[in-house]
Design a protein around this ligand. Structure first.
Ligand SMILES: *[C@@H]1O[C@H](CO)[C@@H](O)[C@H](O)[C@H]1NC(C)=O
Ligand SMILES: *[C@@H]1O[C@H](CO)[C@@H](O)[C@H](O)[C@H]1NC(C)=O
Ligand SMILES: *[C@@H]1O[C@H](CO)[C@@H](O)[C@H](O)[C@H]1NC(C)=O
Ligand SMILES: *[C@@H]1O[C@H](CO)[C@@H](O)[C@H](O)[C@H]1NC(C)=O
Length: 494
């Protein structure tokens, strides 16, 4: 543990000493696993920690409404994209589309994304597509690939699916369109994994499902004609639209921001008892091109990833996504909520020494028996505060969450009565180690603003480091691009 913390200190460029020595079993990268659990299925954390390293079994309850935008009013068959939000799907219904070829109904993702130019149909500028509503015909069984795994970028968002799930069978140069990669994913689900899963769950701007068989797993509810495309084009019919122009509009930004902390409605349930994460493996994922808290897999030997691939296969073949499991995310929430504000304040440079000690004491006081101090007992009470007695003690999530709770408690207890320099270095180190996504949240955005964070391919680099409240009509600002590429103003910007 000390060695791990020490290497993390190096990584973080921090010279602070390891927080605490303790002997409980733990996992590698417990802090990163804790954050992966906390950010799972949440747009905010998944965008900040966009290079996901984990795979979870996910289940979507029967009857859940799901949306699909396309150029055709008839129910879709085969593999296609679905969104949880109307505001995302409708963008795809509004794209000008060439006439449907019956033998090849696919023209790339209808929900999802890609960079291929779309040929403008003869009626481009006037035509509009259709917004389909479906209901899950039964509980959908999915593989959730965490991070911003639907975002096609060179920055590592697709490392885990390409290198682990797809086993290096698809290379960037070979992908003609996203549909080809999605077909290969469905082939693996069907053939290698005995049809035990129905599709893939991923995030980019919004949350999508790649569903392998629409006709088998969905009830078609309705198709509604979308608002004509020309209103988006502002009358410029000569402009050839591409999917890259498919900028989120005000409605979709608002919908994304409203889902920053989860899509709500218990529409997706993840199994945290059994999941696979590269963080738990003995791999140099923070080497190569990776940056702080943005791990990569691209520089690793294929053979070194084989144990994770095997673990993923075992996960899928052993557990059913709908089986009950313990909600470790709810525990991470309680921990983050209790400590987040105070820790941020302590490292803000605002409080003086007396106030620092007061704040630390306020956090610890409920665990301390003042007339009979015993730091071991205090730490025990503190670290188990939010963990039910019947919660699992084994498994990656259990070890990671318990271990992070323990680090927090020991760091605070040791900081409390140390000399001031040591106090501050322990707190600073703890904050660096935890790296909670809550510390990047904006405060006080107005009703016409969203807290802007770059979501591939949009966003300025400065908005990754310091997300800021921005006008929802044009939340992306010019300046060096976080994801590379060029600045394109929002369609709603004047
Ligand atoms: C319409 O789009 C074309 C191609 O992008 C551009 O050259 C032209 O200036 C645009 N016209 C107007 C009126 O915006
Ligand atoms: C991944 O591909 C390699 C090379 O083709 C193969 O030996 C290995 O069995 C594959 N792994 C899995 C989990 O299918
Ligand atoms: C603190 O409590 C533990 C557990 O009850 C006990 O083993 C230990 O001796 C105590 N330490 C002191 C200094 O009293
Ligand atoms: C992402 O990749 C692009 C293109 O390679 C690059 O310009 C950009 O700096 C990268 N961004 C990050 C955060 O690594």
């Amino acid at each position: 543990m000390r060695a791990q913390l020490a290497s993390l200190a190096l990584l973080a460029g921090s010279s602070a000493a390891p927080i605490a020595a303790h002997e409980e079993p733990t996992v590698r990268n417990a802090n990163h696993i804790f954050n992966a659990i906390h950010s799972s299925m949440r747009e905010w954390g998944s965008t900040l920690y966009h290079n996901g390293m984990s795979f979870f079994l996910a289940s979507v309850p029967a009857g859940t409404q799901l949306y699909h935008g396309t150029g055709n009013p008839n129910p879709t068959a085969g593999m296609e994209w679905l969104s949880f939000e109307l505001e995302q799907a409708i963008l795809f219904a509004r794209l000008p589309r060439p006439p449907i070829e019956p033998h090849n109904p696919r023209r790339g993702p209808a929900y999802g994304q890609g960079q291929e130019p779309l040929s403008s149909g003869p009626e481009a500028g006037e035509e509009s597509g259709w917004l389909h509503t479906y209901a899950a015909a039964r509980d959908l069984r999915l593989l959730y690939i965490d991070g911003l795994s639907a975002a096609r970028s060179n920055n590592g968002t697709q490392d885990s699916q390409k290198r682990i799930f797809l086993n290096d069978t698809i290379h960037e140069s070979q992908i003609v369109d996203e549909a080809e990669a999605a077909d290969e994913m469905c082939r693996i689900l069907r053939e290698t994994w005995d049809d035990r899963l129905d599709g893939i769950l991923r995030m980019e701007i919004g949350t999508e499902i790649i569903l392998c068989s629409f006709e088998r797993d969905l009830e078609f509810v309705r198709a509604v004609r979308a608002k004509p495309i020309k209103s988006l084009d502002k009358g410029n019919r000569s402009k050839k639209k591409t999917l890259a122009d498919l900028q989120p509009d005000v409605a979709s930004w608002l919908s994304v921001a409203s889902r920053y902390h989860g899509i709500g409605g218990n529409r997706v349930r993840l199994n945290y008892d059994h999941f696979v994460t590269a963080f738990a493996h003995d791999l140099d994922i923070f080497g190569g091109e990776s940056k702080k808290y943005r791990p990569r897999l691209e520089h690793l030997e294929s053979s070194s990833l084989e144990p994770i691939r095997q673990e993923l296969e075992t996960l899928v073949m052993t557990y059913d996504p709908s089986e009950p499991s313990f909600n470790w995310q709810a525990i991470t929430d309680m921990i983050v909520e209790r400590y987040s504000h105070t820790l941020k304040y302590l490292t803000s440079g605002i409080p003086d020494e007396a106030e620092v000690r007061e704040n630390i004491e306020r956090l610890l006081q409920p665990f301390v028996e003042y007339h009979r101090r015993n730091i071991t007992l205090e730490a025990d009470r503190c670290k188990t505060q939010f963990i039910p007695f019947l919660a699992p003690t084994q498994g990656t999530a259990a070890l990671a969450v318990r271990s992070v709770a323990q680090e927090i408690c020991w760091a605070l207890l040791e900081a409390w009565e140390a000399d001031y320099k040591t106090t501050m270095s322990k707190i600073t180190y703890l904050v660096e180690y935890l790296s909670w996504t809550t510390w990047k949240e904006c405060t006080g955005c107005k009703d016409n603003e969203i807290c802007m964070v770059p979501v591939s391919p949009l966003g300025a680099a400065e908005d990754y480091d310091h997300p800021t409240c921005r006008d929802v009509k044009n939340p992306d600002i010019p300046g060096p691009r976080y994801w590379g590429g060029f600045y394109i103003p929002s369609p709603d910007a004047e």
